[in-house]
Ligand binder design. Structure first.
Ligand code: PEP
Ligand code: MN
Length: 345
């Protein structure tokens, strides 16, 4: 349950309610909101205590989550949207952000070339995988730590923060050592709970992809794991789910966007590239994502997809990407938003 106090309730009153609940064995979490105190109460509240809370004039509303235990990521836990800061880029709120880069980091020069192209076209965050979750053990697995170093160097050279996928908690020190700005949890690891816990404690923002066959509830609970173990800035990213449809790699589920907006305060991103798996249909899907309310779009770019070491079919050419950004700008305006300004130093 989420307790929303009357705006301006003194902190000692909030702490009194909190102490009362904790004496009864409840775990409580105080929302970072200052003006209007909000308290999440984990677990079912005993009827006698509930009656007390109902009579408390300092508590304006008691919001029962439709999904029990889904509290920290629940819309009611925050007054407004959560803004995740990736470097100087603010994800969530009014602006729309563009994340772009190669599927895999393929070398120092190669990633630098893509970094220049996507920065010049208007991207805000540079992506690139150093640890790749490949279906075949014989496929390119990524350059690991060296890839992180190459990605970060390219990001610094063009002035963009970087995001990269972490697959193993043991690699976390390498991500921190290389000042990776945002940790991506890939679709295949959405319910790798030990990885979620480790990443949650890192202090870095987390981009959480939806699992290949995850329901919205399971996805939100994965985000709740991150929040419960200390993550503050979590972004959810729809990237297509498995269906019977074989014409595309996955099925992009934009249906969930307006619904998720009602359920959670977290920023919502869409990765149409891994959903479609076909480069030419990614621009219209990006426009549709923004129209459906996405806070950002993540795509893959390669100057020569014929030699890309992974996900060649969904790689956009730099020129195609530049057009996608121009269209995103128009689409953001149509929906009463704007593209995020270019990241500052
Ligand atoms: C990726 O972003 O490169 C990736 C592997 O994505 P997903 O986890 O969505 O398949
Ligand atoms: Mn990829």
């Amino acid at each position: 349950m989420i307790l929303r106090f009357v705006r301006g309730t003194p902190e000692d009153v909030v702490q009194g309610v909190r102490a009362r609940l904790e004496r009864e064995g409840h775990r409580t979490v105080r929302s970072p909101e200052r003006e209007r105190p909000i308290l999440a109460v984990i677990g079912k509240i005993k009827p006698a205590i509930f009656v007390e809370l109902e009579r408390d004039p300092a508590i304006e509303a008691r919001v029962k989550s439709d999904i029990p235990d889904l509290v920290l990521v629940n819309r009611a836990f925050r007054e407004g949207p959560t803004i995740a800061r990736v470097g100087s880029v603010r994800v969530g709120g009014d602006d729309v952000v563009i994340i772009a880069g190669p599927c895999s980091v393929e070398g120092r020069e190669a990633v630098l070339e893509v970094a220049h192209a996507v920065r010049d076209a208007g991207a805000h965050i540079l992506r690139g995988g150093a640890y790749k979750p490949r279906t075949s053990p014989y496929a390119f697995q990524g350059f690991g730590v060296e890839g992180l170093s190459q990605l970060k160097a390219a990001g610094e050279a063009v002035g963009l923060p970087v995001v990269s996928e972490i697959m193993d908690a043991a690699d976390l020190p390498a991500f921190l050592d290389h000042s990776i700005d945002c940790l991506q949890i890939g679709a295949r690891n959405m319910q790798n709970f030990s990885l979620l816990k480790a990443v949650a404690g890192s202090g870095l923002p987390v981009l959480l992809k939806r699992g290949l066959a995850a329901t919205v509830e399971e996805w939100l609970f994965a985000a709740e794991y991150l929040a419960a173990f200390g993550a503050r800035e979590i972004m959810l990213c729809e990237r297509g789910i498995r269906t019977y449809e074989k014409a595309t790699r996955n099925t992009l589920d934009l249906t969930v966007l307006p619904l998720m907006r009602e359920w959670t305060h977290l920023p919502l991103l869409v990765d149409p590239a891994h959903a479609a798996g076909i480069a030419r249909i990614i621009p219209p899907l990006s426009r549709a994502s923004i129209a459906a309310g996405a806070d950002g779009v993540a795509v893959e770019v390669h100057p020569d997809p014929s030699v890309a070491r992974s996900d060649a079919l969904q790689a956009l050419l730099p020129g195609e990407f530049a057009r996608l950004v121009a269209e995103a700008r128009v689409m953001a305006a149509v929906t009463g938003r704007r593209l995020h300004p270019p990241p500052g130093p």
